[in-house]
Design a protein around this ligand. Structure first.
Ligand code: SAM
Length: 299
């Protein structure tokens, strides 16, 4: 069933209703949790570059015009998910957006389901991606740059920086470019990706990062870009997070980001022995926000 995005149920009291069918990309529905207010919306293509309308595409970016309003009720029906919200004037939405703080959270509560089962892309999917490296890498330019800026203070000479699903190695290569004296370590399940990454990363290893290539408590910074929709399922995301966390020193930094929605919540990640420093990042001209978790390992 298609989503009915504009069917106000009670115009007079300013509420709206959306029905999102189970096959209508329910995983695009997001909640922006600001202090005591939960805003609900649906992800659509965003401007990667604020000045260029042609740069619009589906990415991790959420812009204010994707918001429906304040969440009133969420329910699962036989035909899909029902979302009831209070409409808010555009200027109120813009104001709320301008006040997003680093600890506010953007979550995607619904998964990709086929016959009621959560699914991820098969391992072979990444073989095809490896043949068009530029497509894969270019989509994440802003993600690399902004995460790099935030991480700069932790990328000190000699730091070991580990990406447990490094794919083409572009992310680690960017961090090495901005801080040349770090040591980058990449691991990936896909040998084709590793063949590309080895040209750009100090040490690479083909293999499943459920068994990390880095030994326990040996790493200063871990970059998780694989705990995301389509890459793995939620259960596997938890296992991969725990495996990556083992390789991190006490006091080390864990970053969780990605092109597609992150499948585990901040609350769960914090419970695994982490202090949270931020849960999102706002773009330089504040036109969009995306998920970026920054944690310090405390135990
Ligand atoms: C990190 S995401 C890709 C993100 C981004 N679009 C990019 O390519 O830069 C996908 C990568 O995760 C890898 N991957 C998925 N599960 C893995 C696992 N358990 N261990 C290691 N690598 C894994 C895939 O082989 C793929 O290269």
């Amino acid at each position: 069933m298609n989503a009915n995005l504009d069917s106000p149920v009670q115009k007079e009291n300013n509420t709206g209703k959306v029905i999102v069918g189970f096959n209508d990309k329910p995983f695009d529905i997001f909640l922006l949790k600001l202090d005591n207010l939960h805003l609900v919306g649906r992800k659509t293509p965003a401007r990667i570059n604020i000045a260029d309308e042609k740069s619009r595409r589906k990415s991790c970016l959420v812009e204010p015009d994707m918001l429906f309003g304040k969440l009133i009720k969420f329910a699962e029906l036989t035909e899909g998910y029902e979302i009831i919200y209070q409409k808010l004037p555009d200027e109120v939405i813009q104001d709320k957006f301008a006040l997003i703080s680093p600890l506010d959270e953007l979550i995607y509560p619904l998964k990709r389901l086929i016959d009621g089962q959560e699914v991820a892309q098969p391992e072979e999917y990444w073989n095809n991606c490896a043949t068009d490296v530029s497509l894969l890498d270019d989509d994440e330019i802003f993600l690399r740059e902004m995460t790099g800026n935030i991480l700069m203070e932790y990328l000190v000479p000699g730091s070991i920086v580990y990406d447990p699903a490094c794919s083409t190695g572009a992310f680690l290569a960017h961090l090495k470019k901005i801080s040349p004296e770090i040591c980058t370590v990449g691991q990936d399940l896909n040998p084709n990706m590793i063949a590309i990454a080895k040209e750009r990363v100090d040490k690479v290893c083909a293999g499943n990062s459920l068994i990390p290539v880095c030994s326990e408590k040996s790493v200063d910074v871990v970059i998780c870009r694989h705990l995301n929709l389509d890459v793995v399922t939620s259960e596997v995301a938890k296992e991969l997070f725990l495996a990556a966390a083992e390789s991190l020193k006490i006091g080390g930094v864990m970053v969780v980001i990605g092109h597609t929605p992150i499948l585990i919540t901040s609350a769960w990640m914090e419970e695994q022995g982490f202090n949270v420093l931020r849960r999102n990042c706002v773009t330089p001209y504040a036109h969009a926000v995306f998920q970026l978790y920054l944690f310090i390992k405390k135990s």
